[in-house]
Design a protein around this ligand. Sequence first.
Ligand SMILES: Nc1ncnc2c1ncn2[C@@H]1O[C@H](COP(=O)(O)OP(=O)(O)O)[C@@H](O)[C@H]1O
Ligand SMILES: [Mg+2]
Length: 486
Amino acid sequence: MKRAVEEVGRIFGDVGLGQFQLSLSSPVERGDYLTVIDELHGKVLCQLDDLKRKSDLDLEAAGALRPNDEAPVHESLLGVARIIGFRDGQGLVKMPTIPFRPGAHVFRAEEPLIAEVLGLKHHANTGAYVGLLRNHNLRVELDINQLVQRHVSVLAKTGGGKSYLLGVLIEELLRHKVTCVIVDPHGEYGSLRVPAEKNGGHARFGVESQGFGRQIQEYSPDVSLNPSAKPLTFSLRHIDPRDLLVFMGLTNVKTFLAPLKAVIEAVAASNPDYTVHDLVRAAESGEGAIAETLHERLEYLEQTKLLGPVGTSLNDLVKKGEATLVNLRGVAPDVQELVVARIALTLFENRKKGKIPPLFLVIEEAHNFAPQQGSVTCSRILKNIASEGRKFGLGLCVVTQRAARIDKSVLSQCNTQLILQVTNPLDLKAIAQSIEGLTAGMTEMIQSLPVGTALITGGGYQTPLFCEVRPRATRHGGESVQIVAA
Ligand SMILES: Nc1ncnc2c1ncn2[C@@H]1O[C@H](COP(=O)(O)OP(=O)(O)O)[C@@H](O)[C@H]1O
Ligand SMILES: [Mg+2]
């Protein structure tokens, strides 16, 4: 790491309380940490937010140059730095109250100051180790209680490293025996059971390979396609007619509730252990458009095989300190929505009653389950969990490559954001709108983040920070498929 007293430039021009300009005498990268000594408070931490090379070479002079000519240029490197602050005697981050003096020296920040002001500390019991501060050897840990109490979003374009980072997060949660339920539409997280192959290039992160097979259980509505999973079913008897309508994809409760109840009552009177097939048979004889729709939707429900005489029990589905994968690989999108709706509802209701431990519910491809436009079966319950789950110890984590397409109210309830590379302008706009404290420079940096570097906001930190994601202890399951062999 760089020497403590390396001077990198001088402040010039008009100096504000939030940011200042500096002329740079040595190369500093955007995002690097700097220090200025404040007359009243001593060392203040700042961060380079923008850089520009100014020159006196104008268009005409540049145009007149011949291929081998040296360009006669006077150039200077101009930086814009954002003031992060200093820790006061009570440990609070404060900002200077008087602007720095023009001409003041600007130094490269020392690691102890960076760690102190950003609040980077090692917490053996409550810290989820996600990586190292970019260009430094300082551990970035997310506060596990905050993760569960204040919701998380993981945002990046396809291939940006969302699933990899989520894998890191789940490893940490499992190390700390936090109960998780993971909605896994592609069946990628089963690889959390398998230790990663040894990779000597990652020594700086200090991560040992480790599998979490003992703490992972997997359920799927389709076990023929996903043989490592146990069957996920719901008990017909325990689903009231209103929820049954949800399962059938019928939103018009006023129209369909009474006719459905009539069918159920007729069947239940003669056979208390009725099946969906019995309901289908009973609905067959009904006449008119409503009865026909009811019949058709019951037949659809029967095909999904989701409802049986005994459903997966809650105590099997949620195990304290373990992660449950809900593998939805190969399951039709509307059935996926039904499953997510039912599971989310069950978790929320039982968490309210304290029947299950506090837990972390992860929704991959969340734009499909809580879309901004239109509504799907599970939209409402996910919005409820986003707004009220924290009161009951139900943390939500949404993962998506389309920040613009996920419900805005859900996104804005996430107080910890893990952002990897995003290039789509609409997604960037949605991110900028939902996150406080992002500077224009940071939004620009998000567009060119290398794979494996994340911008973290919240999570116990007062200021956004760039983190090099640590290597996985387990194998990553979401490797891109090679279509043509190398
Ligand atoms: N922190 C990282 N370190 C090393 N490789 C990574 C990292 N993050 C992602 N990758 C690699 O990048 C690729 C895409 O990552 P993935 O998490 O599957 O993307 P996404 O889920 O955003 O589509 C994977 O092949 C993965 O191995
Ligand atoms: Mg992925």
